[in-house]
Design a protein around this ligand. Structure first.
Ligand SMILES: N[C@@H](CCC(=O)N[C@@H](CS)C(=O)NCC(=O)O)C(=O)O
Length: 217
C-alpha cells in the first residue's frame, strides 16, 4: 500500500488530496514538523532532505510534492473515471498541466517557503522581517496573475473544464496565504474557485484526516 509521510497542512496536502481524489488505498504516517520529527535520524534515513512530504510505493521512494502528484496521475489513472487527470503526452493539455505544476512549485511555492522561513534568508530579525514582507509582495503579484488566468479559462479549473492535480496543488498553496494581508480568497476569481474546490469531498476528508480546523483557506 502507498505510504504518505505527512505533517498537518504542509506540502503533503496536494498528494493527499490527489490520493483521495483517485480513490487509492494509502496509509498516512505522521512526521510532525512542529516537534522537529522531520530531523530525527529514522526519518532522515528515509528522506535525507528532511522535508515533508515523502512517499513510498513498493520499491519507489519519492519526495517533492509536485513529483509525487505527477507520478500518481501517471501510474494510477488508467480507469475510465480518472482519464482527465492524465492528459496524453505530447498534447496541449499535457503541456498546460506541466506549465502549471512547474509554475506553482517552482515559483509560488518557493516564494511561500521564503515567507514561512524568512530567518533562513537573513542574519537577523530585522532582515527576516524584510524578507517576509518582500515575499508577501511577490506572492501578491503571483496571485494576481493566477486570478487573471482563471478569469480567462473556458471552465472552472486551471486547465478549463476538468479538474487536474494542478488545481489541488493551487488550493494547497492558496491555503497557505490565509494569514496574509490580502489572502488568495480575496481575489475576485480565486474566491469562487477556492470555495468550489473546498467543497470537494477529497479536500474535506484530507483536511479532517490531518486534523486541520478553520480557517481552512
Ligand atoms: N519542494 C518541496 C518542499 C518541501 C518542504 O519544504 N516542505 C516543508 C513543509 S511545507 C518542510 O518540510 N519544512 C520543514 C523544514 O524545512 O524544516 C516539496 O514540494 O516537497
Amino acid at each position: 500500500m502507498i505510504q504518505l509521510y505527512y505533517s498537518p497542512g504542509t506540502a503533503c496536502l496536494a498528494p493527499h488530496f490527489l490520493l483521495e481524489e483517485l480513490g487509492l488505498a494509502y496509509e498516512l504516517i505522521l512526521v510532525d514538523t512542529a516537534k522537529q520529527q522531520h530531523q530525527e535520524a529514522a526519518y532522515l534515513q528515509l528522506n535525507p532532505k528532511g522535508k515533508i512530504p515523502f512517499m513510498i510505493d513498493g520499491d519507489l521512494h519519492l519526495s517533492e510534492s509536485a513529483a509525487i502528484c505527477l507520478y500518481l496521475i501517471e501510474k494510477y489513472t488508467d480507469t475510465q473515471q480518472a482519464t482527465h487527470f492524465n492528459p496524453a503526452p505530447g498534447t496541449a493539455e499535457r503541456a498546460q498541466l506541466y506549465q502549471w505544476m512547474l509554475y506553482l512549485s517552482n515559483t509560488l511555492q518557493a516564494e511561500l517557503l521564503s515567507y514561512f522561513y524568512p530567518e533562513r534568508l537573513s542574519e537577523d530579525a530585522a532582515g527576516a522581517a524584510q524578507v517576509k514582507a518582500h515575499a508577501e509582495q511577490r506572492v501578491a503579484s503571483m496571485l494576481s496573475y493566477i486570478d487573471t488566468q482563471l478569469s480567462k479559462t473556458a471552465g472552472n479549473y486551471l486547465l478549463g473544464h476538468e479538474l487536474s492535480c494542478a488545481d489541488l496543488f493551487l488550493f494547497m498553496l492558496c491555503r497557505w496565504t490565509r494569514g496574509m494581508t490580502k489572502p488568495a480568497r480575496e481575489y475576485p476569481h480565486l474566491k469562487p474557485y477556492l470555495q468550489s474546490m473546498f467543497e470537494r469531498r477529497s479536500i474535506q476528508d484530507s483536511l479532517a484526516q490531518e486534523g486541520i480546523s478553520a480557517p481552512y483557506y
